[in-house]
Design a protein around this ligand. Structure first.
Ligand code: COA
Length: 351
């Protein structure tokens, strides 16, 4: 039987660390000012979200989402002992694409130097659930023999589309830039627990406008009708969120998908080394752990250091803790995610 194996893992975050204390003083060019630009503080952010700092790209126009993806992809390829030319499919999850179209996966393919080979490139738009949705796709492709070396990447450049004023503080403090990547391939085995054991993906479109970023409205003509530099007009450029509704649905979606993953596979927490939830808010993850009765010692978070990096959070968190020596090859991981859409899902796989 062909099953999907994780061949490599890598992640990348930009060097610039923005601590909670600094974020209140940043202007829209990310330059620290003498006076507060946003009414927020470290105490509020830590208490409500658990976030202490996040990473931002340098603000000189030289870095796009595909560049973050490229760095993570190179590290995952090195980890798999493979070269870019070995990849026959790219699946890239992002809510911050380089441009509106074409998708970011083709920019990544070109930057990897493999555009001549012409491998398949998919962009997926499942926001914070992008990693689990992408893993489900990759798993199906590999099991059917469609592709043999899939690069799955979650990459986000959030810092350029955040509102650095009190108006946007509920969302602005949450997000950071970063990328995580995985290389997946087939293995022949009779072990039903080997490799990617389980994936589930769900959505509820009635929640679509509880967390969204419009930028434009294609129904209108012209479809962009505001001055991006006019603060009285430009709210359409920034993410909007009904935080409480997102919080409640995130807890419910992640608890349900975690419990379903265990029920459908017949595993218990004794069979699983690590629980890696999406990193949206530490308080969400604490509530999920409490309701789903997840052993505390098995929970991995990284939101303290990186904020919410959306499609990148799961591979980034696993790689972060692997670099710290905690996570090891052969560990079995249960991951559950929730994001804008609403979308959610879970996976169980062996690293
Ligand atoms: N700093 C200081 N005060 C802030 C703030 C910030 N960054 N953001 C919001 N506030 C204020 C609000 O304006 C409000 O003030 P008011 O009482 O004077 O009106 C107060 O804090 C409480 O706001 P509220 O929105 O009720 O807080 P909350 O307890 O719901 O926490 C979130 C806000 C964003 C932390 C929380 O709703 C959340 O985490 N939601 C889920 C977000 C998420 O996970 N998104 C990604 C999903 S993939």
């Amino acid at each position: 039987m062909i099953r999907t194996k994780v061949l490599g893992l890598g992640s990348y975050v930009p060097d610039r660390i923005v601590k909670n204390e600094e974020i209140a003083f940043l202007n829209d060019q990310h330059v620290r000012q003498d006076t507060k630009q946003t009414e927020t503080d470290d105490e509020w952010i830590q208490r409500r979200t658990g976030i202490a700092e996040r990473r931002y790209v340098q603000n000189d126009g030289s870095v796009a989402t595909s560049d973050l993806a490229l760095q993570a992809a190179k590290r995952a390829l090195a980890d798999a002992n493979l070269e870019a030319k070995d990849i026959d499919c790219i699946i890239l999850g992002t809510l911050s694409p380089d441009i509106h179209f074409p998708g970011t996966a083709v920019f990544l393919q070109h930057k990897l130097g493999i555009s001549q080979a012409g491998c398949a490139c998919f962009d997926i738009r499942q926001q914070c659930s992008g990693f689990v949705y992408g893993l489900q796709m990759a798993d199906a492709f590999i099991k059917t023999g469609m592709y043999k070396r899939i690069l799955l990447v979650g990459a986000e450049l959030h810092s350029h589309s955040l509102d650095f004023t009190t108006r946007g503080r509920d969302v602005m403090v949450l997000f950071g830039d970063g990328a995580g990547a995985m290389i997946l391939g087939p293995m022949e085995t009779d072990d039903p627990k080997a490799g990617v054991m389980y994936t589930s993906a769900h959505a509820d479109g009635s929640g679509a406008m509880s967390l969204y970023l419009k930028i434009f409205q294609i129904a209108n003509l012209p479809y962009v009708d505001y001055d991006a530099r006019n603060r009285d007009e430009n709210q359409t450029m920034y993410p909007q969120m009904d935080g409480k509704r997102v919080f409640l649905n995130a807890v419910r979606g992640m608890v349900m998908s975690t419990q379903a993953a265990l029920e459908k596979t017949g595993l218990t927490w004794d069979d699983i080394q690590w629980f890696v939830p999406h990193q949206a808010n530490l308080r969400i993850n604490e509530k999920v752990a409490e309701v789903a009765k997840i052993p505390e010692a098995k929970i991995l978070n990284s939101i303290q250091f990186y904020g919410n990096t959306t499609a990148a959070t799961v591979p980034l968190t696993i790689d972060h803790w692997r670099q710290q020596g905690k996570v090891k090859r052969g560990d079995r991981i249960l991951s559950s995610v929730f994001g804008s859409g609403f979308t959610w899902g879970a996976t169980i796989f062996t690293l």
